[in-house]
Design a binder for this molecule. Structure first.
Ligand code: WT7
Length: 647
């Protein structure tokens, strides 16, 4: 693994920011951090006490069945209660929970009282179908208010939501529904993306053709738009709005056990199939609340905006659960950053006076490419804090964000975490930790990271490990405990959590994430397993073998490159390439398309038949290849190199 060139610039939070921050200065952070590490259970108990519990836990952490950890054992709570009722009861009923803006420019605002009412009504609609605690409900919705409402409605009655990002294909919907055995899908007639209507209901119809567990499809009308074609099947499909007419808006939150399943969220790994990451109620509630509070330093007059989609973990934790539990106001935007033009985000910040802005490096790099003129004349003075998430941020993008968006006054929190971790593990606290461009800096309270060698010895540059359990950690992979143990707990004999990232620690104890060490590629902050794509390609009747690797990409961070061998005698041409791309669209979604497909008569393999992906990566990046004499057929390297030059 290569070490990052040393980046020595350091940026201190301005004294004005520090003066109002929740954690003021490095010393305050250190003191609190040390306390949290000395006695993590006492620390998390204090945080949990800030929230509502129907009845308290009798043990903070039960590690006796490690790596299956239980938090707040026997506690009874409800996260929708903590997001809604608790804030309304505290006098925040008339406070805006969110302003929503659709891509075409339509908009809506909901106060905490109104959101509570909408969630109760939605929960009663679910109950009218007989939905019960523990039932899995698949959500396939655009970024509209009903997505937030539906998620909270599930949580309110103990139904387990599994949100499927609306960019996924019908085949992906099918895979997730079959694996989760969901009984209902909630979708919409459509949604907007880059000026076009996505007909979501039609995609759902295709996706559930072979899903016998689905008994009903609940369809939300997107903003009353009547032009969207939405076929309805009379015995199975129901319009949400019609069903809601006969329901009332009174639905008390159900007390749930801390370890009751809250949601499943599917993510790619090194196996050919996405895994259903399990998050449970009590621990996730406490962790999403605490990280939101301290990392975004949320105040009563903030206007927060996270540009992620609720279909990913960022939207779960830092649009819905963490932010609403803190009683903050936020902006939710449905569409693309460059619709109708690349000034859209800056217009929104100006219009809604956004004070905290949380986005992804890939978006920042896209804005850099579109040009600074889109920011000129925009009033971004409401901003006081910026955030980054999803992939390592290159120092150049960091500096642009700092100068052009943050006017050199806003701290940037570069937050490292994963679907599995539930919330931030490495991150600056904005009033306490000086930042360095490209570093996720230091651990959050209660988190003990280590950098280890394969063998488990401590080192400066190596593999990131997490020593102790934390409340927001995943509870398993749905239906596959062996895979859970093998993926996250087998590397160092079950002693530490293995996130799959490489990292370096510098002289100040700052962490620098170096990217994945497994066969996972991070495209625009979306995780794609190379094995998943490979298995899609070999399904094609002309294809014998495929190897997919990640390569550096200017905007997306990483892009995908596919090396493919056709079955002897099959025609290899542009038409075949098009078919393979279409196959990716159908099986996963357009966002997983490879940048390039390279055909070769064979792939470089060791004598024992293992494909040498590392060598393919070197060829793609034009690096020295080193010793290739151990290959079963070294001549194949020349062929692939020539292929490469020709494209
Ligand atoms: C992987 C997790 C975290 C929510 C969005 C992605 C990479 C994430 C950072 C960061 C460097 C990062 C890691 C991680 N990653 N944030 N700030 N700096 N790398 O969630 O799909 O579960 O992917 O994203 O490689 O393992 P995810």
């Amino acid at each position: 693994m290569k070490s990052l060139s040393q980046e020595h610039r350091k940026f201190h939070p301005q004294s004005e920011f520090v003066a109002n921050a929740k954690i003021q200065g490095m010393e305050a952070y250190k003191e609190e951090y040390e306390k949290s590490i000395e006695d993590p259970q006492a620390y998390w108990e204090t945080v949990a006490d800030e929230l509502h519990w129907f009845s308290k836990w009798d043990q903070v952490l039960d590690s006796s069945k490690a790596p299956y950890y239980n938090w707040f054992v026997n506690g009874k709570t409800n996260i929708s209660y903590n997001c809604l009722d608790r804030n309304v009861n505290a006098g925040k009923g008339d406070k805006v929970a969110f302003h929503w803006e659709g891509e075409p420019g339509d908009s809506k605002s909901l106060t905490y009282s109104e959101l509570l009412e909408s969630v109760c009504l939605f929960a009663n609609v679910l109950k009218s179908f007989g939905v019960q605690k523990g039932d899995r409900i698949a959500l396939y919705l655009p970024m509209i208010p009903e997505l937030v409402v539906a998620v909270l409605a599930c949580a309110r009655i103990g139904a387990v939501h599994t949100v499927i990002f609306a960019g996924f294909s019908s085949d992906s919907i099918q895979d997730r529904i079959i694996d989760s055995k969901a009984r209902m899908v909630i979708t919409a007639d459509g949604g907007y993306r880059r000026g076009k209507i996505l007909e979501l209901k039609k995609i759902v119809d295709e996706g559930i053709e072979n899903c016998p567990t689905i008994s009903e499809v609940l369809v939300v009308k997107r903003g009353g738009d009547t032009s969207i074609d939405c076929p309805m099947q009379s015995d199975r499909d129901f319009w949400y709005e019609e069903r809601a007419e006969s329901c009332d808006a009174d639905c008390p939150a159900v007390p749930l056990d801390s370890e009751d399943l809250l949601f499943l969220l599917y993510t790619s790994g090194t196996t050919g199939k996405p895994k259903g990451i399990m998050h449970s109620t009590g621990g996730y509630q406490v962790f999403s609340y605490a990280t939101s509070k301290y990392v975004f330093d949320l105040n009563d007059n903030d206007m927060y905006w996270c540009t992620a989609d609720v279909g990913w973990i960022t939207g779960h934790t830092y649009i819905i659960y963490g932010i609403l539990q803190n009683g903050a106001s936020q902006l939710i935007y449905e569409g693309a950053p460059n619709f109708p033009d690349p000034g859209r985000f800056w217009n929104l910040i100006e219009q809604y006076k956004v004070s905290i802005f949380y986005t992804a490096p890939t978006a920042i790099r896209a804005f850099m490419k579109w040009g600074d003129n889109w920011l000129e004349g925009k009033d971004l003075s409401s901003l006081r804090l910026l955030g980054s998430v999803g992939e390592p941020i290159n120092p150049e993008a960091w500096m642009w964000y700092h100068e052009k968006v943050g006017s050199e006054k806003c701290p940037i929190v570069d937050t490292w975490w994963q679907t599995e971790t539930g919330g931030h593990l490495l991150t600056p606290l904005p009033g306490a930790i000086p930042t360095k461009p490209g570093s996720a800096t230091v651990p959050f309270f209660g988190i003990e990271p280590l950098i280890l060698t394969e063998e488990g010895a401590e080192t400066d540059v190596g593999i990131l490990a997490i020593k102790n359990p934390w409340p927001g950690m995943l509870r398993g992979i749905y239906g596959d405990p062996e895979l859970y143990e093998a993926t996250y707990w087998s590397k160092w004999g079950g002693r530490y959590y293995f996130p799959g990232d490489g990292a370096r620690i510098d002289e100040d104890g700052y962490y620098w994430i170096l990217g994945r060490v497994d066969d996972v590629v991070n495209v625009s902050g979306h995780r794609i397993g190379t094995a998943e794509l490979e298995s899609i390609f070999v399904e094609h009747s002309s294809i014998a073998e495929a190897a997919v690797i990640g390569i550096k990409h200017e905007i997306k961070g990483q892009g995908l490159l596919a090396f493919i061998t056709a079955i002897e005698g099959k025609k290899v041409d542009e038409a075949l390439k098009v078919e393979l791309v279409q196959l990716v669209d159908k099986k996963i979604g357009k966002f997983a398309r490879p940048e390039r497909i390279v055909f070769a008569s064979d792939l470089p393999k060791t004598r024992s038949g293992k494909i040498m992906r590392r060598l393919l990566r070197s060829i793609a990046e034009g690096q020295e290849l080193g010793n290739i004499t151990t290959l079963s057929d070294p001549s194949i390297v020349d062929e692939i190199q020539n292929q490469f030059k020709n494209i």
